[in-house]
Ligand binder design. Structure first.
Ligand code: ZN
Length: 482
């Protein structure tokens, strides 16, 4: 078999492979950096991480792009409220997100790109959409996409917009309504709002245009896969398709992967329900990063996950069993030779894990395979049936498992300490529960160097028409004004 994925666009499970060469070109919508990431966000990022890890294990190379949305209505409003520039306001949350990624052992995508570093390209894209007749300028200087020029609108979300009102407009980034509206591509500044100067006038880009421009810049006009949370299907991804395909006349992304929401204790997560948790909230309650990652990855991404504290305890137990098994096998003093049954078990487990993941990333099936092996091998060890040469194959299975699930390395205490340091620095230490001291050894005097790396932004590849060093272009480009 080969990897099969559910494609929202075709509404079918299809065999997935990259279209050009051995490299998978994929884009995943990243965080909007106006707050700390919550576990619902991280369920999506963990699912995408599992996809990328499995693609690599399957022999593909990756070009995975993730955006950082560092400008939108909320950011502009919050920054103004705190008397900060957009950049000052967002940088703190961006750094927190990168730390959180490390906490959950999420691999860094090949490129992480900030919206505010692509404003001029977005303005140029909108200008061309206008010239081609797909966009228009409103009286206040904002630009809108003309939905009536894209008859396929709704093909991703399977919504029927046949009765849509031509010319009706919406200027917010997120709208729930089922009726289609011409959506904002560029927003003219309101009084006292931050804005950027551009050839299409002062303003700021809409959220949707950001992902179209940055994905096509780094991955080409057509690429293999676009991922995001299920809530992004409409309108965000539908709008990305409309803008991009109108512009190029080509298929934008071939595969669309949407990760389902999670519930917390059986209910939709919300601040008013009191079941809203950031990753940091859970760390300060003493939960291990490995338990959180395990729980988030244990239910296949196409199914709703009910995130509960009992489930988190269970996850901690499961991770513990796997780590104990690994230690047991590593340290066991065994007789020379090998047991054919164990050699077969290792092979069977590898096949089982792979078959699960190839089946639309069925992580539950892959986990079941590895736990079957742990049980059988433990029984064999108890009976003295394990031999020295069985160690290699069994440990190899665990390694293959951990290339995807990434929970075997015991660095939880170090990561929890880091969260404690952060809590101390931000006056949130009283939120940490007493249980924490049981898990966490004395705080280390200095942060590990890996934490201090910060964000090593990849310098975007510039074509022959490039305008030189992109890092310096950051400071040269018009800055938002308050
Ligand atoms: Zn996006």
């Amino acid at each position: 078999m080969a990897l099969h994925l559910y494609n929202t666009l075709s509404n079918k499970v299809e065999e997935f492979s990259p279209s050009l060469d051995n490299t998978v070109r994929m884009y995943a919508c990243g965080p909007t950096v106006y707050d700390y990431g919550h576990i619902g966000n991280f369920r999506t990022f963990v699912a995408v991480d599992i996809l990328r890890r499995f693609l690599r294990q399957s022999g593909f190379k990756l070009n995975h792009v993730m955006n950082i949305t560092d400008v939108d209505d909320k950011i502009i409003r919050n920054a103004a409220h705190e008397h900060k520039t957009v950049q000052e306001y967002t940088r703190k949350y961006e750094e927190a997100f990168l730390e959180d990624m490390q906490t959950l052992s999420l691999e860094r995508p090949e490129r992480m790109v900030r919206a505010t570093e692509h404003i001029q390209e977005m303005a140029a894209f909108i200008q061309q959409l206008e010239q081609k007749g797909f966009a228009y300028r409103a009286e206040d200087g904002s630009y809108y996409f003309r939905i009536s020029t894209f008859p396929q609108y709704g093909k991703l979300s399977k919504k029927d917009f046949s009765g849509m009102e031509a010319g009706a407009r919406v200027d917010v980034d997120e709208y729930e309504k089922d009726n289609a509206r011409d959506f904002a591509l560029w927003k003219a500044p309101k009084p006292d709002e931050a804005f950027w100067e551009s050839p299409i006038g002062p303003g700021r880009p809409g959220w949707h245009i950001e992902c179209s421009v940055m994905s096509m810049k780094y991955l080409g006009e057509s690429f293999d896969l676009h991922a995001g949370g299920e809530d992004l299907t409409f309108p965000h991804h539908e709008n990305e398709i409309a803008q991009s395909e109108s512009f190029t006349g080509k298929t934008f992304a071939r595969f669309w992967m949407h990760v389902r929401f999670l519930l917390v204790e059986g209910k939709k997560m919300s601040k008013s329900e009191g079941n809203f948790f950031t990753l940091r909230d859970l760390l300060l309650k003493g939960h291990k990063p490995s338990s959180i990652r395990y729980l988030l990855s244990s239910v296949p991404y196409t199914k709703q996950l009910n995130f509960t504290f009992a489930g988190l305890e269970q996850a901690a137990h499961s991770v513990g069993r796997l780590r104990d098994f690994k230690t047991r096998i590593e340290l066991a003093q065994l007789r020379a030779g090998k047991t054919p049954k164990m050699q077969e078990l290792a092979e069977k487990t590898k096949r089982g894990m792979r078959a699960g993941l190839e089946d639309d990333l069925n992580t539950a099936q892959a986990l079941a395979a590895v736990f079957d092996m742990v049980r059988e091998a433990n029984t064999a060890a108890d009976r003295g049936e394990l031999h020295q040469d069985d160690k290699g194959p069994l440990l190899e299975v665990l390694q293959q498992f951990d290339e995807i699930f990434a929970v075997l390395k015991d660095d939880d205490a170090e990561k929890i300490n880091r969260a404690m340091e952060w809590a101390k620095a931000h006056g949130k230490l009283n939120e940490a529960e007493a249980s924490l001291s049981a898990i966490s050894p004395a705080p280390t005097p200095s942060a590990p160097s890996s934490q201090k790396q910060g964000l090593s932004w990849k310098t975007p590849r510039m074509g022959s028409g490039g305008n030189g060093n992109k890092r310096s272009a950051i400071t040269q480009s018009p800055q938002p004004r308050q």
